[in-house]
Design a protein around this ligand. Structure first.
Ligand code: ADP
Ligand code: ZN
Ligand code: ZN
Length: 755
């Protein structure tokens, strides 16, 4: 598992340091030396205090990272910090995790701090709870008969209103009913009411409850019960667990009851979910179950709410934090468990800037804090499966679906030599018709949005390609145009073939829009709901579609992976996968693992209620051994075989990778630079006897994107430590290299894709 290269924290709590090493947001990994300001902070100079400093001509917010006794610069050249923002340093658990992250991912500490804090903190806002005013009756107010106020009718009404609310009312709730501050102040002047300031987030809700539960637990089935019992044993110390349970087996119910145990012990819980998995349904389930303050961190949360959430979690007031990957950086005073749901999901890895993996950091954090970490999935990552098989993780299974629902059956549909309409074979269309007649819902899964993947000329074979990228342009109908999904460049539709002038230009293949259109024509009496990135641009589009689906009447859902994850569709009994082939033969060594996971996720949408579900998998390779294994023996068997292949090929999780990516408008320049860097690295590996392979440079799978050329150098090692030594050396080399300034480069530790 994760071993930290160097965990010692060089910063003592207090040091009579004459120089402050400040981490400044930006790409540079060095700390910058400043002198203490004349007025020391209230509790002395400490690491973790935010300061404002003059940096070039700008004022920036940095974090004190080290107290140094001397500087490598002449002291007279150092500037004092402009201002100290915090009285107290940022939370210790948070500082520790940021330092680890910066070191592990070879990233600037200043930038790591900046990315790990809410944007308002980055801008220098003070870290304190936002408060609101709550009004309630005084003893005298309670003893006063409202009618005794005579003719002051508004004041009488106000007193009556507050008398109905034993725990008082917040100011805005009172003014929303038409009362004014002046009326409140008048009553306060007569000693009948008074007000208190309370934090906006994480204050006890209105009603006084006993315990943490707002609604009762479900009674667990045997498998769930055994899993929960195991998880209980892990409380109070670091115990990583893989909870492998088929879709609908009730993993979430197990998380909820584990969290309950943590809350009962006074602890807090952190729940990480994939980007697409953070649905209102999921949030609602937590909100309904627990009667404790909860913080939800998702893309719809405002900056102010983020700051509140950060503060409420740090102080311990918020008891549950649920969020997408960046929520791993939420400081928590009494963290008792971390749960990573759908742990295999790619959205836990950030793909630019600070390229961290939130699941991996969850394990690191759990170990550091001595708490259990639960990774849940129906289709675990090969990384986690290996840890589980080799005994580093407890491995728990849920084989049965909870409740009464049946698992879905998978069938391949051979597309070879068959006509398709809107991407669908006759067999699939017949199956759809049957299900609709039975009154069921059907889900059609296509991983391409737009009308068709591209436009082609039937006379000369011309294809609509993007001028800026090595990619085809997607045909869209609304509005009608060609769009490149890699650079967003658009072009009007040509009337004739730009190459040969023929008028026989036709869409090639099917995207969600085309299938939607075809299904609309075939089944005019049934609503067809398309769900993809384009159709959900409008804010309420998704929830409106979900409302229709939940009504349970027959309907057709057409969508991309936005539909495949996180949703429960109890009335869907048939899933059609339009094209299973793209993932089977992709170049990336993880493509097969990822597409198998996606297929099983999609399949999991079917047959969640009483009726058994069916999944039709359209393919031109019905004899593909991997596909057959998946269909006949299931994901665990396929995963075993893939693990064995990875072991033989010495690929992750049986080795460790780092990818140096570079890009520039000039192809030669990128290649030359990587050749030079690669040569220097190989020399260094030899000289220092580091057991690391350096492969490449090679062009990226899509070499030209937005008119820039992308190429890469791959580092591979059996031992993580060796890889890290090499990576650290490499980053230093690139930072010092003069030619590097003329192109863009980045180092990705544990990349999950080679693109
Ligand atoms: P998963 O997270 O594994 O996909 P969920 O926890 O969402 O599964 O459970 C799937 C469905 O089964 C949900 O509707 C849930 O309410 C129900 N369920 C889970 N556990 C039980 C149980 N012990 N008894 C009855 N229903 C259950
Ligand atoms: Zn042509
Ligand atoms: Zn493009």
């Amino acid at each position: 598992m994760f071993r930290v290269p160097d965990t010692t924290d060089k910063t003592a709590a207090y040091l009579p340091g004459r120089v402050l090493g400040i981490a400044i947001p930006g790409p540079l990994r060095d700390l910058f030396d400043y002198l203490p300001a004349r007025n020391p902070p209230r509790h002395g100079w400490q690491a973790g205090l935010r300061v404002r400093v003059e940096f070039g001509r700008r004022q920036l917010v940095g974090v004190i990272a080290e107290l140094r006794t001397e500087s490598s610069f002449p002291m007279e050249k150092l500037k004092p910090v402009t201002e100290v923002i915090d009285d107290e340093p940022l939370p210790a658990d948070w500082l520790w995790l940021c330092r680890f992250t910066a070191r592990y991912y070879q990233h600037s500490l200043g930038d790591t701090f900046a990315q790990a804090m809410p944007s308002l903190l980055r801008q220098g806002r003070v870290l304190e709870a936002r408060t609101r005013e709550r009004w309630h009756l005084t003893d005298k107010g309670r003893a006063t008969e409202p009618a005794s106020l005579g003719r002051a009718t508004r004041q009488i009404a106000l007193l009556e209103l507050l008398a109905q609310h034993r725990h008082g009312l917040v100011h805005t709730a009172i003014t929303a009913q038409g009362f004014t501050r002046q009326q409140l102040e008048t009553l306060r002047g007569r000693d009948l009411i008074t007000s208190l300031e309370e934090p906006v987030t994480g204050t006890r809700p209105e009603h006084a409850h006993k315990g943490v539960l707002a609604e009762p637990d479900l009674s667990l089935n045997d498998e769930q019960g055994r899993a929960l019992a195991h998880l209980h044993e892990g409380l109070g110390h670091f115990s990583p667990t893989l909870l492998e349970g088929v879709t609908g087996s009730g993993k979430t119910e197990v998380y909820l009851q584990l969290i309950e145990a943590v809350l009962d012990r006074g602890g807090q819980a952190l729940v990480l979910v994939p980007e697409i998995g953070l649905t209102p349904q999921t949030l609602e389930r937590f909100r309904r179950r627990f009667h404790v303050p909860q913080v939800m961190l998702h893309s719809g949360v405002s900056d102010g709410e983020r700051l509140d959430g950060f503060e409420a979690a740090r102080s311990g007031r918020a008891r549950i934090v649920i969020g997408t990957r960046s929520a791993i950086f939420t400081p928590m005073a009494k963290l008792g468990v971390i749960i990573v749901d759908e742990e295999h999901d790619g959205s836990f890895k950030q793909q630019d800037g600070l390229r961290y993996h939130a699941r991996d950091l969850a394990l690191v954090r759990g170990k550091q804090e001595g708490i259990p970490v639960v990774l849940g999935s129906a289709t675990p990552s090969l990384e986690s499966l290996r840890h589980a098989r080799e005994g580093r993780f407890v491995h728990l299974h849920l084989y049965q679906r909870a409740g009464r629902s049946q698992p879905a059956r998978l069938h391949p549909i051979d597309l070879r030599g068959r006509m398709t309409l809107g991407g669908l074979s006759t067999q699939s269309l017949e199956a759809i018709e049957t299900r609709l007649t039975q009154g069921d819902q059907v889900l059609v899964f296509i991983n391409r949005r737009g009308f068709a993947p591209t436009l082609t000329c039937h006379a000369c074979g011309w294809l609509a390609e993007c001028d800026n990228c090595d990619a085809r342009m997607t045909l869209h109908r609304h509005p009608p145009q060609l769009t490149c999904h890699h650079c967003e460049r658009t072009r009007p539709l040509p009337d004739a073939c730009p190459a040969c002038g023929s008028g026989d230009v036709r869409p090639q293949g099917a995207g969600t829009e085309r299938t939607e259109e075809l299904l609309g024509e075939k089944f005019p009496d049934v609503p067809v709901l398309r769900i993809d990135r384009d159709s959900t641009q409008r804010k309420d589009a998704m929830s409106e579609a979900l409302a229709v689906i939940r009504r349970g009447e027959p309907c057709l859902l057409v969508g991309t992976q936005m539909l495949a994850k996180g949703h429960h569709f109890p009335h869907v009994t048939l899933v059609v996968v339009v094209n299973a082939d793209s993932g089977l033969y992709a170049a990336d060594f993880r493509a097969l693992e990822q597409s198998a996971q996606l297929l099983i996720q999609v399949a999991g949408r079917a047959g969640r209620a009483e009726r058994p579900g069916e999944v039709l998998i359209q393919t031109r390779h019905p004899e593909d051994p991997n596909l057959l294994t998946l269909i006949q023996a299931g994901y665990p068997q396929l995963a075993s075989e893939l693990l064995e292949e990875r072991r033989v090929a010495q690929l992750p999780p049986y080795s460790h990778l780092a990818l140096l990516r570079a890009e520039a408008p000039d192809q030669q320049q990128v290649e030359q630079w990587l050749l030079k860097i690669g040569a220097a690295l190989r020399q260094h590996l030899t000289d220092s006897n580091l057991r690391v392979d350096c492969l490449g440079p090679v062009p990226a799978p899509m070499e030209r994107r937005q008119n820039r050329y992308h190429a890469q150098l791959l580092l591979r090692a059996d031992k993580r430590g060796a890889l890290h030594e090499a990576a650290a050396w490499l980053v230093t080399l690139c930072e010092k290299d003069r030619d590097a300034r003329r192109l863009r480069w980045s180092l990705d530790i544990d990349p999950i894709g080679m693109a």
